[in-house]
Design a protein around this ligand. Structure first.
Ligand code: ADP
Ligand code: MG
Length: 322
C-alpha cells in the first residue's frame, strides 16, 4: 500500500533543470516562486467533482489532461502565460494504474505549456480534483470581462458545440454513429486551452473569457461586467466538425448554449480586425467574427437576414440545473 508521500513522490514529483523562478518545489510546507520582474500574477482555481463534472469511471489520462486544460483555459482567457500550478486531490483509493494514467495526462499537458506542478494536497475521500494555477502577464494587459465597448466586434476562437453534441449522443438525445460520437467526445475529453491566442490578443482585444457553460450565458458575463449588450449572428457561429453535419436547429442550439467548449469569446475594436486575424494566424487558431457589442442591453440573436430568433436557450448553471 502506497503511503501518501510515496504516492506524491512516485506520481507527481518531476525532475526539472534548475530555474530561478522556482526557488522551491514539492516537499516543504510551501513552494517558493520568484515571479519575473515587473510581471503581474494571474491566479485561478477550478475544481472537478466526480459525478458532477465527469463520469466516475472516466478515463484517468483524459481526466488528468482535462482538469489542467480547464485551468489553463482561464489563463488563456486573461492573456496570461502559464507558470505553475498546485493540485489538491481527494482519492477514494491509491490505485497505481489510475494514478499513473492520471499523472501522465496531467503532466504531459503541463510540460507542453511549461507549467510546473509546485505543490498540493492529497487526501482520502470522494474523487475530487482541484487545481490552482498561476500565470504571468505585463501589468494592465489582462483581457478583463469589464472591458468591452459598444461598437466592438465579437469573436470566437476555434469552433463550438461538439462537446455538447457528444453529451447529447451519450444521453440518447440525438443519434450519432459510433465513429462520429468518438470524434465529438474527443472535444469533451481533451479541451484545448487557447494560450497562444490569449497572449497574442494582449493590446488587441478589449474583453475576453473562455466559454465553459455555453456562449450565450458566458457572453452575458462580459455584457453585465461591461454594462453593454450584443447582437450575435447565429448562422456565423463556427460549429465543430461533427455538429456541422447536423440540422440547423441543433447547430444553433449547441453553438449558442453548448458547454465544455473552452474556446475564447473576445471583443475587439473594428479597427483591430487585421490584428485579430494576425493573432489567429500567429497562434495557429481559427478566429471568427460573430457579432457586435451594442449600447442596448441584452443579447439579440439574429438569423442571416438580420431577423431576431426566439430561441429560449439557457446556459448551464450548477445550482439551477438538475
Ligand atoms: P502538509 O502536511 O504541510 O500539508 P503534505 O504532507 O500534505 O504537507 O505535502 C507534502 C508536500 O507534498 C508539500 O510540498 C505539498 O505541496 C506536496 N503535495 C501534496 N500533495 C500533492 C499533490 N497531489 N501534488 C503535488 N504536490 C503535492
Ligand atoms: Mg497537506
Amino acid at each position: 500500500m502506497l503511503s501518501e508521500f510515496d504516492l506524491i513522490k512516485q506520481y507527481f514529483v518531476q525532475d526539472y533543470a534548475p530555474d530561478p523562478r522556482f526557488a522551491l518545489g514539492i516537499g516543504d510546507d510551501c513552494a517558493l516562486l520568484n515571479p519575473s520582474l515587473g510581471m503581474q500574477l494571474a491566479i485561478s482555481s477550478d475544481m472537478l467533482v466526480s459525478g458532477r463534472h465527469f463520469f466516475p469511471d472516466a478515463d484517468p489520462y483524459y481526466l488528468g489532461h482535462k482538469c489542467l486544460a480547464v485551468n489553463l483555459s482561464d489563463l488563456a482567457a486573461m492573456g496570461a502565460k502559464p507558470l505553475a500550478f498546485t493540485l489538491a486531490l481527494s482519492l477514494p483509493e491509491a490505485n497505481p494504474t489510475w494514478l499513473a494514467a492520471f499523472s501522465k495526462g496531467l503532466l504531459t499537458l503541463a510540460d507542453a505549456h511549461q507549467c510546473r506542478l509546485i505543490g498540493g494536497d492529497t487526501t482520502k475521500g470522494p474523487l475530487n480534483i482541484c487545481i490552482t494555477i498561476f500565470g504571468e502577464l505585463p501589468p494592465a494587459s489582462a483581457l478583463r470581462r469589464d472591458a468591452a465597448k459598444a461598437g466592438d466586434d465579437i469573436w470566437i476562437s476555434g469552433n463550438l458545440g461538439d462537446a455538447r453534441l457528444a453529451l447529447a449522443a451519450y444521453w440518447k438525445e440525438v443519434n450519432l454513429s459510433e465513429e462520429f460520437h468518438q470524434q465529438a467526445a474527443t472535444r469533451m475529453h481533451q479541451p484545448t486551452a487557447r494560450i497562444a491566442l490569449g497572449i497574442a490578443l494582449r493590446g488587441v482585444a478589449h474583453a475576453a473569457l473562455d466559454i465553459s457553460d455555453g456562449l450565450i450565458g458566458d457572453l452575458g458575463h462580459i455584457l453585465s461586467a461591461s454594462k453593454v449588450g450584443a447582437s450575435l449572428y447565429a448562422d456565423m457561429l463556427p460549429s465543430g466538425p461533427i455538429l456541422e453535419l447536423q440540422d440547423v436547429q441543433l447547430r444553433r442550439e449547441f453553438t449558442l448554449a453548448g458547454g465544455d467548449d473552452y474556446e475564447l469569446c473576445f471583443t475587439a475594436p473594428v479597427v483591430q480586425r487585421e490584428e485579430v486575424l494576425a493573432a489567429g494566424r500567429s497562434s495557429n487558431t481559427a478566429v471568427t467574427r460573430v457579432g457586435q457589442i451594442e449600447v442596448e442591453s441584452g443579447i439579440r440573436v439574429l438569423d442571416q437576414n438580420g431577423e431576431a430568433l426566439d430561441l429560449r436557450l439557457k446556459s448551464f448553471d450548477h445550482f439551477s440545473s438538475p
